[in-house]
Design a protein around this ligand. Structure first.
Ligand code: FEO
Length: 171
């Protein structure tokens, strides 16, 4: 059975993942509203990924005979002045999540809970990918600037993203 310190920390992480899902859902509907359906799609996939992250942790906690305690999810921002603002917010948020995962990993090590530490390996790799993707998008946006056809192509490119459930979900 998982100890209570780790149970609390995992529940806090589950709340953070669900908050992330909520944030990206808000971004998705904001961009749908301002006529950027491709960007709206990209953030909707991001929302599905965050929901999957929370599910992986809830399933894991249950497998370890821990209790999933779903707390209230704080409200999120509902509008953005530009694409760059939304992706800067995304990067800042992902960097915060990376720090949380690292703290969780350190706690699992301190508590000699190697099963939790092993589970977190996937999240550590995932965070590197998340931050890299968003930094790449910000670089592209800097190149495009205010160019209308560039923004149109960017939106079409963002429309091609599809959700693929992580294989760890079924493990
Ligand atoms: Fe689940 Fe984007 O961190």
């Amino acid at each position: 059975m998982i100890n209570s310190k780790l149970q609390d920390a995992l529940n806090a992480q589950i709340n953070a993942e669900l908050w992330s899902a909520y944030l990206y859902l808000s971004m998705s509907y904001h961009f749908a509203n301002v006529g950027m359906p491709g960007v709206a799609n990209w953030f909707k996939v991001q929302n599905q990924e965050e929901t999957a992250h929370a599910t992986i942790l809830m399933d894991y906690l249950t497998a370890r005979d821990g209790r999933v305690e779903l707390k209230a999810i704080d409200g999120v921002k509902t509008s953005w002045n530009s694409l760059s603002e939304a992706f800067e917010d995304t990067l800042a948020h992902e960097q915060k999540v990376t720090a949380m995962i690292n703290n969780l990993y350190a706690l699992a090590t301190e508590e000699h809970d190697y099963a939790t530490r092993t589970k977190l390996d996937w999240f550590i790799t995932e965070q590197v990918e998340e931050e890299e993707n968003v930094r790449g998008i910000l670089d592209t946006l800097r190149l495009i600037g205010d160019n209308g056809s560039g923004l149109y192509s960017f939106d079409r490119e963002m429309a091609t993203r599809t959700y693929v459930a992580p294989s760890i979900l079924s493990e």
